[in-house]
Design a protein around this ligand. Sequence first.
Ligand SMILES: [Ca+2]
Ligand SMILES: [Ca+2]
Length: 260
Amino acid sequence: MTWWAPWIVDSPSAEGGVDYATLVRGDPWDMSQSSDILAPENMIYGFGSGVLNGLSAGPHIDDAHFTLPLNGQIDGNRFHRLTFNVYYDGPFGLGAGPGGGMVARLIWETVGSPGVWQNSDDIVVYPGWNKVSVDLATNPSWAITDPDTPIRIGWAGQQIRTVRFDPDEDSGQRRFLVDNIKIAEDATLMTRVDVAIALSVQCVQSVTYNAALPELAAKVCAHGADAIAGVADADLSQRRIGRALAHEVEHAGRVGGPVE
Ligand SMILES: [Ca+2]
Ligand SMILES: [Ca+2]
């Protein structure tokens, strides 16, 4: 059974726990499918080997970008840890001329103020592979935005209706690869259990729909390992999932607490 692998969730880090696209959209922005982006502009691109392979292009070559498809708004209170893996060809530079513009940006729009675009402050990137994690939930909330943003709202406390990613601002042609983008919540035990439940439901449903599964998950969340003994007529799938959930509870020590 290959579904044991997804139970492994990394310990807390700047990267956080489960991300919006995985949990809410049901499809991570891992660039494994062309449907992981929308509305690409000023770029030539293709998908392959799990990455988006892009080349900045006209009419505004210094403004290559794409939108991240959502399933309803992003709760900025819950999901605020941005992480992306990107690669760049060419030299490093921050100037306005060709070979410069090594700055990535997340740009978003809130439900409360549609059309009032929020530009993240400069995220400096380098030739080769970059893994960047940024907490978008700053205090004050507007501190995450670029000082040139006309009306600075920020991310914390907002519901987000549109998000786009701008890999760089080179005014020359720059090749970039995007492996994945995540906007994650803080890592907690409940994160681990939520991920486990989501993945197990998918896995079990691919074999046979199991109506008792949500009830089992709720029991484990509430009562820990003892819940498993109470599932008298559990079939093999339920028992395995229950044991894995119980292991998560036991490993983290307490429901809702941080994972060690
Ligand atoms: Ca995907
Ligand atoms: Ca990928």
